[in-house]
Each structure stands twice: as C-alpha cells, then as structure tokens.
Design a protein around this ligand. Structure first.
Ligand code: NAP
Length: 248
C-alpha cells in the first residue's frame, strides 16, 4: 500500500501545506483534524484530485483514546507508517503570566506536549527495527517562541514548545540505532489562523519588521523544511532543530 504519513492538525495552516506536499512526494496522507471536518475533507479532495491518496481522521490529540483510534485507522487504511509530523499546536489569547489559569495550562500542555509524546510513542512502536518495523521519520513542529519566550503574549505556549524540543533531542538519541530519525522545525512568524486564535489576526504584519528578511513566512516554506527532514537527503540528520524564521 506504499508509505503512509500521519500529520496532526492538517486541516489548515502549516499542517495542510505539509499534507499537500507530502502527497506530491508520494506519501499516503492521514489528514488529522479536531473539529473542522469540512476543511479536512477539502484538503483530502485536493490531494485525491491531484492523483494522491489521503484520508481525513478526526482526533483530539490531547486524548489518548482518540490517538489510538487514529493510528489504528492509518494501519487499516493507509498501510505502513513511514512518517509522523507532530504539527498540532495551540495557543490562547495573548496574556501575561499572572493571568494564566490552570485550565488554560492544562489544555496547552495536553495538546502541545502530551499529544506529541503519545503520537511519537505510537509511531515508534510501528517504525522501530526493535519492534519489527522498517524505520521512519518524526518531525515535531516547535516554534521560535521556544527561544524567544513570548513575553506578554504566551509564555505557556513558548514553554510547551521548549518541552517538545527536549523530547526531540532525547527521543532522537533513544531511537537512533532503530532506523528512526527525529527532528524538529522551529517556524517564526507564519501567515496562518493561529494568530487570530491568539486574539491578533494581523500579528505577522505587526512584527515582521523584527524579522531580518522583513517579511512573514508562508506555510509552504515550513512544509518544505519538514519534507526535507523526512527525506533521504537528510539521512544523517537527527536530533536537529531547524529554524524557519527568516533569520529571526
Ligand atoms: P493553525 O492554523 O491554528 O491550525 C491548527 C491546526 O491544528 C488545525 O488543523 C486544527 O484543527 C488542529 N488542532 C487544533 N487543536 C487540535 C487538537 N486538540 N487535536 C488535533 N488537531 C488540533 O496552526 P498553524 O499556525 O498552522 O500551526 C501549526 C504548528 O506550527 C503549531 O504547532 C504551531 O504552534 C506552530 N507554529 C506556528 C507559527 C505561526 O506563526 N503560524 C509559528 C511557530 C510555530 P481544526 O481546524 O479542526 O481545529
């Protein structure tokens, strides 16, 4: 059935661009979404029209049962899992730390940290030579926020990405002899809906003067970095965190 890729949060933004590029590179794609089925179905339809294979799978990555059911569908409908992109990441309204609630922290850490850990666990079980698999690649989508800290906006989100980067480094070493490479990309300011979720739809244009290249990035520019890290061209690259930030 060919090689499958599971991309979390692929109904829009960076995940959707990654799904389209992965399909063009020959992967059968699992387009995961949480609530916007129409958008996910639209990404799948575009891939199928272009001659590729894809399925849309609803799963909230903060829920273990949803993750297990999603991987089971990939096994049954797409075949051998060759790649995982832990792309889903959520923020919340811009806020100082002293206004952050426990409920907000629970949601951000469950989605941005626990979810990628559990997805990586399921991927390693399927890919690792140690478990009879054929190897594979994992790319975690971090953020320049892990370096910058996002003061006054979302230190919680930034810290969740710091955790994801540490997982990238540790897991890469843990499975390096088992045919699995684990890397991360660290996008800067990219034109997607996530900024509206943070309460400022025009954020990229406000901050782009801080970027040495003086512009925001496009989701396709992040997708290209992700697909390179998964490709044989990156065969000696693991545990690396690749900035896609226009120099910021
Ligand atoms: P986005 O436009 O807000 O899209 C988020 C995607 O995640 C949607 O497909 C959404 O599905 C899905 N999603 C949300 N909660 C989910 C959950 N609990 N379970 C499964 N899927 C869920 O985001 P984006 O800007 O493309 O961001 C993608 C990644 O890049 C994130 O990890 C983000 O932190 C990172 N990043 C983005 C930027 C940027 O400037 N855009 C910068 C640095 C890092 P529904 O549509 O169904 O809700």
């Amino acid at each position: 059935m060919g090689k499958a890729i599971l991309i979390t949060g692929a109904s829009r933004g960076i995940g959707a661009a990654t799904a389209r590029l992965a399909a063009a590179r020959g992967y059968a794609v699992c387009v995961n979404f949480r609530e916007n089925r129409a958008a996910a179905d639209g990404i799948v339809a575009g891939i199928v029209t272009a001659g590729g294979r894809a399925i849309a799978v609803q799963a909230d990555v903060s829920r273990e049962a949803d993750i297990l059911a999603m991987f089971a569908r990939v096994d049954a409908e797409l075949g051998r899992l060759a790649a995982l992109v832990n792309n889903t990441g959520v923020n919340d309204l811009q806020s100082r730390l002293e206004s952050i609630t426990a409920a907000r922290l629970d949601r951000i850490l469950a989605t941005n940290v626990k979810g990628p850990f559990l997805c990586a666990r399921e991927a390693v079980k399927r890919m690792s030579l140690r478990h009879g698999g054929e190897g594979g690649g994992i790319v975690n989508v971090s953020s320049a926020a892990a370096r910058l800290g996002s003061p006054g906006e979302y230190v919680d989100y930034a810290a969740s990405k710091g955790a994801l980067e540490t997982m990238t480094i540790g897991l890469a070493k843990e499975v390096a002899e088992e045919g699995i490479r684990v890397n991360a990309v660290r996008p800067g300011h990219i034109y997607t809906d996530i900024h509206a979720t943070g309460g400022e739809p025009g954020r990229v244009d406000r901050v782009k003067a801080l970027v040495p290249m003086k512009r925001g990035g496009q989701p396709e520019e992040v997708a290209a970095a992700i697909l390179w890290l998964l490709s044989p061209e990156a065969s000696y690259v693991t545990g690396t965190i690749l900035d896609v930030t226009g120099g910021r």
